[in-house]
Write a protein of this length. Structure first.
Length: 373
């Protein structure tokens, strides 16, 4: 069973995404929303404190936790969802979602927002490309328009999108209504002399989230703290945590099976062995993961991002891995499965082996949802 928590920052956040940072003149750019591992680390640290576990003993593997396990062998705790969110009423929040890769937003000459969806099409005769799949994601438009950014899907727009409809202009919210960035200058410190380093000035972006805006976190396999505060992001800024009731939209699995096709939409970054390619995909285009199989017909995948992090137990950076970006879309045809198999795959995520990369699995990577094709 998945329970949900709402993290609301009580201060500005430094969400630098663990990019190289700290050299004189460097610039720490904020990453919003951050990787799900940020929420996983905050919740696990709070759970250890609540249960009276010494962090040093836990890091060394001397004090296993019933649900967190050890750093080397994680337990049942796993983040299953991580989204930007807005609280609408006490105890109730609605997610905010970056437009998926198959949604194209442009402005018409009269300044109205135009929302269109990419459609998988076979390449026309005489057209050659390096795309390895049978179809290409195509946008058929009569006139060229300027792309639009800085918009986020509301919960209603996300539900419409997953149901196969194209969202309307009212289904989007401006980024400026969700958070603002504040550029701040800092000075590097010498820990031994306990004074400022000469010439070590740097600049960092602080994210100031709007009132009632925070992060929605889903947790399975453990009872995460439902009140109090956690340390979130760089410098350990405080965020209030609250238990909430949230019902994520569930696709009509029977309709997907009847149509024998669906879309796979990443909701967190995907750490895949073959780069952008879904786990379980073969060179002939067939795809199978668990008890779900089909043909991978098309994909819309933005530029890859690099995921790293800081390993508190080992006190060193985590390995840098290329990841398929959140919002990547894969079209599956000739779908063969059952409703239970589809539901189970959503619950477990896009992993080929139950023992594969247990640390990253617990941190919430490779999460997705099904959508109507």
């Amino acid at each position: 069973m998945t329970t949900y928590r709402f993290m609301q920052p009580l201060d500005v956040l430094y969400l630098r995404g663990n990019k190289l940072f700290g050299d004189p003149g460097s610039f720490g750019e904020s990453l919003i929303p951050p990787w799900p591992s940020v929420a996983a680390g905050a919740l696990r640290s709070r759970m250890l404190a609540d249960d009276g576990v010494n962090p040093s003993d836990f890091a060394a593997g001397r004090s296993p936790h019933p649900t967190l396990g050890t750093p080397e062998r994680p337990g049942t705790f796993a983040v299953t969802a991580f989204h930007l969110a807005r609280r609408t009423t006490p105890g109730h929040v609605e997610g905010r979602f970056a437009p998926p890769a198959d949604l194209v937003l442009t402005r018409a000459e009269d300044d109205t927002l135009v929302i269109e969806r990419l459609t998988p099409r076979p390449a026309a005769a005489g057209i050659l490309s390096s795309a390895p799949l049978a179809k290409l994601p195509v946008l058929a438009e009569r006139a060229r328009r300027k792309p639009v950014s800085g918009l986020w899907l509301t919960q209603r727009g996300w539900d419409r999108y997953l149901g196969g409809s194209v969202p309307t202009e009212d289904d989007f919210e401006l980024t400026t209504n969700l958070w603002k960035l504040d550029t701040r200058t800092g000075v590097g410190l010498d820990a031994e002399r306990r004074c400022a380093h000469d010439g070590k000035l740097f600049t960092a972006q602080a994210a100031s989230l709007a009132s009632d805006v925070g992060f929605l976190v889903g947790v399975r396999g453990a009872e995460a703290s439902a009140s109090g505060t956690v340390r979130l992001g760089g410098d350990g800024r405080a965020a209030a945590i609250q238990g909430i009731d949230y019902e994520p939209p569930e696709p009509d699995f029977d309709a997907l099976l009847q149509a024998r096709r669906c879309r796979v939409v990443l909701t967190t970054p995907g750490l895949f062995a073959e780069g952008w390619l879904l786990p379980g995909a073969r060179s002939d285009g067939r795809w199978q993961l668990g008890d779900v199989s089909g043909r991978l017909a098309c994909a819309a995948v933005p530029r890859a991002e690099v995921v790293s992090g800081w390993d508190l137990a080992q006190w060193q950076p985590k390995p840098a891995q290329r990841a398929a970006s959140t919002g990547s879309v894969y079209w599956i045809e000739d779908l063969h499965a059952t409703s239970d198999a589809l539901r189970k795959l959503v619950e477990t995520g896009l992993w080929t082996d139950p023992r594969d990369n247990l640390q990253r699995r617990a941190e919430g990577f490779n999460r997705f949802t099904f959508a109507v094709y």
